[in-house]
Structure formats: structure tokens, C-alpha cells
Design a protein around this ligand. Structure first.
Ligand code: DC
Length: 226
């Protein structure tokens, strides 16, 4: 039986950086499910469909093959595809972030992506991160971690990343976006972000990246046979 580790938590908590590093150390596949919601949002935007238009989004999905959005692992790194297009880099814009938050509230979108996530977990030792992995996608995961940090700290980290790119928004905007996404993710009707009852809470507000990686690695070694 493959080992499945679920990491959920709000935007910018460091889930992907930490999960990526820990997966590498353990030889596990890291699965970033947010990339799938981003790919759906990106596809809708390129089709001229608003990511908050549930009806048109569902209609567009009904025209696509089940495997239209896919994750491929190239040299251990996850690439996300929309059809034959590798959209891994194009989905990291603030517009797509907001769009992903919007499409993720649409039941048809979650249904479309559910089986894909499950099938990857069935076949591989994985660390999968997202918002509903411990609560919905992998309720029987070997270990569930709820990884969080204060909104200010998460905004500071995101701002540092964005500051290296052109068109960097102001810090206040980055913080407002994080708070808005937290609200959206925690208050949507379907699969809202919340800590699973049997998840371990890990707060990284006061630890640096190395400290957070050690913390998560320690939890995995304590709870799983790795
Ligand atoms: O982790 P991220 O920022 O790349 O996620 C983008 C959006 O996708 C986020 O606002 C919420 C949504 N999401 C979700 O609803 N469920 C998941 N398992 C992963 C992401």
C-alpha cells in the first residue's frame, strides 16, 4: 500500500515549498492540487469565461475529456497540463490565483478534478497538498497535517517572492488578496478549507523554512513507516 500524506492549509502557508523539499528527502511524489484549480481558471480565462461564472464554467468542462487537465512528473517535478499545453508557469499570476479561488467553489470543478487526485494517490507514495485533501480527497491518509501561519506572515513571504517580478503589487494588496482568498476558501459551501478532526496542526509563523521542513519531516517519521 502506498503511503499518502495530506497537507492542507491556507494560501501562502508554505505548503508547496515545504512539501516539495520533504518529498525529495523521502523519495515521495509531491502533488500540488492547487495547480489543477489554477489550470481550470487559466483555461476559462483564455476561453473568455469568467471563473466566477458557475454555469458557463460547468458547460465548458462538460465539453472536455476527463483527462484534459493532467499532472505529469518530469524529473521528479510536477508539470500541469491543460490539453497538450504545459501551463505550469502561466498559472502563477495574481489573476489566475483569484480565478482559482473562484472556480474552486464550483461543484462541477471539484467533481471534475476529484478522481484524478485520487488515482495519483492510489498508485504512489505521495505528499499531496491543497485545501480539502485530509477532509475530502484522502480521508484515509496515513497522516494529515494542517499547516498554517498568520495572514501577515504569509503576506510577507508572498510579497518577497513577488518583489522579484515586474508589476509587483503593494504589500497591502498582497495582504488583502490573502485575506480575501482565506475568506473564500473557508466559507465556500463545498469542501471548505478546515482542519480535519484527525489532522496535526503545524503553525510556521515563527519558524524559518529549514525549521518548518524539519518539523514536518519529524511528524512524518513519527507517524508513518518511512
Ligand atoms: O494552493 P493554491 O494557492 O495554488 O490554490 C489555488 C486555489 O485553489 C485556492 O484559492 C483554493 C483552491 N484549492 C482548493 O479549493 N482545493 C485544493 N485541494 C487546492 C486548491
Amino acid at each position: 500500500m502506498p503511503i499518502n500524506i495530506a497537507i492542507d492549509g491556507p494560501a501562502g502557508a508554505g505548503k508547496s515549498t515545504i512539501a516539495k523539499a520533504v518529498s525529495k528527502k523521502l523519495g515521495f511524489i509531491y502533488v500540488d492540487t492547487g495547480a489543477l484549480y489554477r489550470a481550470v481558471a487559466y483555461h476559462m480565462i483564455t476561453k473568455g469565461i469568467s471563473p466566477s461564472d458557475a454555469e458557463k464554467t460547468a458547460e465548458e468542462l462538460s465539453k472536455l475529456d476527463k483527462g484534459f487537465f493532467s499532472l505529469r512528473f518530469i524529473d521528479g517535478a510536477q508539470h500541469v497540463f491543460a490539453g497538450n499545453e504545459d501551463v505550469s508557469d502561466k498559472i502563477r499570476t495574481p489573476e489566475v490565483s483569484m480565478g482559482a479561488s473562484a472556480v474552486s467553489a464550483i461543484p462541477a470543478v471539484r467533481k471534475f478534478l476529484f478522481e484524478l487526485q485520487r488515482s495519483i494517490a492510489r498508485e504512489n507514495n505521495i505528499i499531496m497538498d491543497g485545501r480539502d485533501i485530509g477532509t475530502v480527497v484522502l480521508p484515509d491518509a496515513d497522516l494529515k497535517i494542517y499547516l498554517t501561519a498568520s495572514a501577515e506572515e504569509r503576506a510577507r513571504r508572498r510579497y518577497k517572492e513577488l518583489a522579484e517580478k515586474p508589476d509587483c503589487p503593494a504589500f497591502e494588496q498582497v495582504l488583502a488578496d490573502i485575506e480575501q482568498r482565506d475568506y473564500n476558501d473557508m466559507h465556500r459551501e463545498i469542501a471548505p478549507l478546515k482542519q480535519a478532526e484527525d489532522a496535526v496542526l503545524a503553525d510556521t509563523s515563527d519558524v524559518d523554512l529549514e525549521g518548518a521542513i524539519d518539523l514536518i519531516l519529524g511528524l512524518i517519521k513519527k507517524h508513518c513507516k518511512v
